[in-house]
Design a protein around this ligand. Sequence first.
Ligand code: URA
Length: 273
Amino acid sequence: MSRKPPIRHSSPPLTKNANPGRWEGKAKPDWLARAIARAGVMPQEEAQEAIQAGRVTVNGRVVKQPLSPVPSGATVRVDGAALPMAAPTRVLAFHKPAELLTSTVRQHRVGTVYEVLLPQLSSDLARFTWHAVGRLDRGTTGLLLFTNDEKLLAHVTSPETGLPKRYVATVFSDADEEKVEPLRQGLKLEDGDGPIRPAQVKLRDVHTVEVTITEGRNHQVKRMLGAVGLPVRALHREAVGGVELDVAESAFRLLTDAEVAQGLGYPPAGAPG
Ligand code: URA
């Protein structure tokens, strides 16, 4: 008599990267702590604590594992209150001062943009998890967007979207049209990072160069100007898409839905609502 192999009941390990092909062709489920943070109920760290404390149910059952996937259509309750179906997309325009690091939200906050931004948020905004949209170097000042919506983050930072980012650089040497022309043509940097897309460049004066780029590579503007003999002394971002910096240093403001739609082209036409 042949013995049947035992039926295995164990689930795959609940890590973020477990079996990445598993959701191909299906909507990928969110993991529990992130779903709660995305819904704007509380920041992710607090959500993890709430889950571990047994305050969260999924379809009526207590789940204590923050990385549990949330099946689509599931009802998640925190302290008995059901999560709103979809969190609204929110975007903050922050004026980054020099000497602050653009970190990810989970990194240590001292000396980062979060140290200055988060204490200013009203309780209405503080309940979201805020992601910096791209990054500015420590010494770079100007417009840095934050959002609670990771899809918006991907949209704004993707080179495919090609959203223009306008910078103004103060340069050490004298700039002239001949020097900046290669930036308009599209530069090939010597560091093997592939060709840089053509940029819009305007000379505001002999030491002030406006550069508009549609990608966001590491230290891109400094590397571009450095490559044409114009090392950068100071760099400031004035605009991202149609969103212009209009708040004082270290201050922020919440963008309206119309500004997000018109200025950032989000959600893109044809995206599910
Ligand atoms: N390009 C740079 O070189 N630095 C920044 O911070 C942003 C763009």
